[in-house]
Design a protein around this ligand. Structure first.
Ligand SMILES: CSC[C@H]1O[C@H](OP(=O)(O)O)[C@H](O)[C@@H]1O
Ligand code: ADE
Length: 315
């Protein structure tokens, strides 16, 4: 029997370690060429039968620090399961007065302040070179599809949670929080939100040709407000549970519609990234190592499973 593919992946961040409002189906823990994912992946089902693959970014017991999250294994495992769309959640600091703790935001831009210690490409340490397009780091069409649905879900929930859109998120290395000077500088740079997790996740999703969007859930004001205490983990924890509860409700409300959209008339929305790596992978040369091609075939079978040449000369 051919197992049906799970099209939607959900990545939960701090506070969101399971979607226990959905029905547990099974747990899988695939070993990828980049090792095991952060946690076993839970396949869960909505009442309609829609199945989603859920992964806890820091492990179910929050034992993985942000710099050590196995991003490549996470994205590769989800893609290998058949996932085409990833909805990621993250606890973030707010760099803007109006984005109060408890608010939700869907960012469209990223400023990279990670320090190069996280493997950020499937092509790293291989003989194959690729330069993925990343000017729009989230899937624009998916983000546009998502915004009205998340807003509606938050309104229906009736807790007065506000949604902010078109925001810029700074991704810092951590694990320590920012200094006050850094926090103020990020505001001047145009940053609206800050976390330690959206990179390299978004880059890897792009390389895997997956639709990827982030729902950022604000927990604190970071450290830019002159009269306020600088952020502490204790401060973050105060909002974490309520944000996680809201995230679970939002997920349960929109995932059926997302599944129908991926399979139905809106399918094009989720195909934006499909084929994009064709223009990013440098043409095959005799120096490409067959073992590297095999490894990459796990996540990009479209280009690496056969012996065919990726030809960009006619592009
Ligand atoms: C617990 S505060 C810092 C921590 O929280 C965020 O995690 P996630 O994005 O997975 O929700 C942030 O990125 C840091 O990793
Ligand atoms: N202030 C902050 N800085 C970085 N990551 C965070 N996650 C939650 N709050 C954060």
């Amino acid at each position: 029997m051919v197992e049906e593919k799970v099209l939607i992946g959900v990545i939960g961040g701090s506070g969101l370690y399971h979607l226990d409002n959905l029905t547990f189906v099974k747990s899988v823990n695939p070993e990828t060429p980049w090792g095991f994912p952060s946690s076993p992946i839970t396949i869960a089902s909505l009442p309609s039968g829609t199945k989603v693959a859920f992964l806890a970014r820091h492990g179910v017991g929050h034992s993985i620090n942000p710099s050590a999250v196995p991003g490549r294994a996470n994205i590769a495992a989800l893609k290998h399961l058949g996932v085409r769309v990833i909805l990621a959640f993250s606890a973030v600091g707010s760099l803007r007065e109006e984005i109060s703790p408890g608010s939700f935001a869907i960012p469209t831009q990223i400023i990279d302040r990670t320090k190069g210690v996280r493997p950020a490409s499937f092509f790293q340490d291989t003989s194959i070179v690729a330069h993925a397009m990343f000017g729009d780091p989230f899937s624009n069409k998916f983000v546009s599809w998502l915004e009205p649905r998340v807003r509606k879900a938050l309104e229906a929930e009736g807790r007065g949670v506000q949604l902010f859109t078109d925001k810029c998120i700074v991704c810092m290395e951590g694990p320590q929080f920012s200094t006050r000077a850094e926090s103020k500088m990020y505001r001047q740079w145009g940053g609206d939100l800050i976390n330690m997790s959206v990179l390299p996740e978004a880059k890897l999703a792009r390389e895997a040709e997956l639709s990827y969007a982030l729902i950022a859930t604000a927990t604190d004001y970071d450290s830019w407000r002159p009269q306020s205490e600088a952020v502490t983990a204790h401060e973050v924890f105060k909002t974490l549970k309520a944000n996680a509860d809201t995230s679970r409700l939002v997920a349960a409300t929109i995932l059926d519609e997302l599944q129908a959209a991926i399979e139905g008339n809106d399918a094009d929305v989720f195909l934006e990234e499909v084929g994009s790596m064709k223009f990013s992978i440098m043409p095959r040369s005799h120096k490409q190592n067959p073992a590297d091609r095999k490894k990459l075939a796990y996540v990009l079978p479209e280009y690496f499973s056969g012996d065919e040449t990726v030809d960009i000369s006619s592009a």
